[in-house]
Ligand binder design. Structure first.
Ligand SMILES: [Zn+2]
Length: 292
């Protein structure tokens, strides 16, 4: 089972953090068109995790996704990281986001992904909040260490039932592969761009469950700029040391040129499904139960 997901916030981030450049909106519109057309051509349904405020500020983007028959999930309200929020803040954030998206598309939002995989051991109360807001499927667990976010204590990298207090949620985590002793989340972000196509294929052929995760920005050839200390700290709420900034720059820029082609080849050659479809196909009685 290969699940295809896109985290969708670019228009909103451009407007509020990067100055609202018209050419950027145009580029994002073009890329979204390309993605939607390619999915249509290959008869693939994907999940687009949208930020709630995208439904308010750029409703035409979210509508276009939904009207194309793609699943719209929730990617928080304003793309703020959950490990920087209190439980009541996250509850309010999620309530607004789900409501805005549902009002716009006229459908229930069932799937969620946290910005930057920011649900971990210290804020696993987030699962309770998600269930209380009608979320059935979560895709926020990155079961390995990561610069920001990540949940290395989560012992499963296959679909699992998560039990937290009285609540149970279906989790579809990222599935890192082991390559030469290293954990490599090859199916999205910078790693997707770095891992060559022949190796992507090999991994796909040998794994039963793969969760692909893209941001539209991951697929753009144009490089994102090197952040100043102030910009970094404002955005990431982490020390903007030279090391942190260089790491971030490398991760967001390396290998962008080939990403779109690589995705194109995979979409033509493999069957993908969205989160809702995957959740229907999985026999949850046979999946691991993770008690938090
Ligand atoms: Zn995101």
């Amino acid at each position: 089972m290969k699940i295809l997901t896109f985290d969708t916030e670019e228009w909103y981030i451009e407007k509020y953090l990067n100055g609202g450049r018209k050419e950027k909106y145009r580029r994002y519109d073009e890329l979204l068109d390309w993605i939607l057309n390619t999915l249509d051509k290959n008869n693939i349904q994907a999940t687009f995790f949208c930020v709630g405020q995208l439904a308010v500020e750029f409703p035409e983007v979210v509508k276009r996704i939904s009207d194309n028959g793609q699943e719209v999930g929730c990617h928080s309200n304003r793309h703020l990281w959950i490990n920087k929020m209190s439980k009541p803040e996250f509850a309010e954030d999620t309530r607004i986001a789900v409501q805005e998206i549902e009002n716009l598309i006229g459908k229930k939002v069932r799937s969620f992904r946290a910005p930057a995989f920011s649900i971990g051991k210290d804020n696993d109360w987030a699962f309770e909040v998600l269930v209380e807001n009608g979320i059935e499927y979560d895709c926020s667990v990155f079961p390995a260490s990561r610069d920001f976010g990540g949940f290395p204590q989560f012992t499963s990298s296959v679909p699992s039932l998560v039990r937290k207090g009285d609540y149970t949620l279906k989790e579809l985590p990222i599935c890192p592969a082991r390559l030469m002793g290293k954990v490599v989340p090859f199916s999205g972000g910078g790693y997707f761009r770095l891992v060559p196509l022949w190796l992507q294929r090999q991994l796909l052929n040998r794994m039963d469950y793969v969760m692909f995760y893209f941001h539209i920005n991951d697929l753009i050839e144009q490089n994102s700029k090197f952040m100043t200390k102030q910009e970094f700290e404002k955005y990431f709420k982490e020390p903007g040391t030279l090391k942190n900034r260089v790491t971030r720059y490398m991760k967001t820029n390396i290998g962008k040129g080939g990403a779109l082609n690589k995705l194109d080849v995979l979409l033509e050659n493999y069957l993908f499904c969205n989160v809702e479809q995957a959740a229907e196909l999985i026999d949850w009685n046979k999946q691991p139960l993770i008690e938090l």
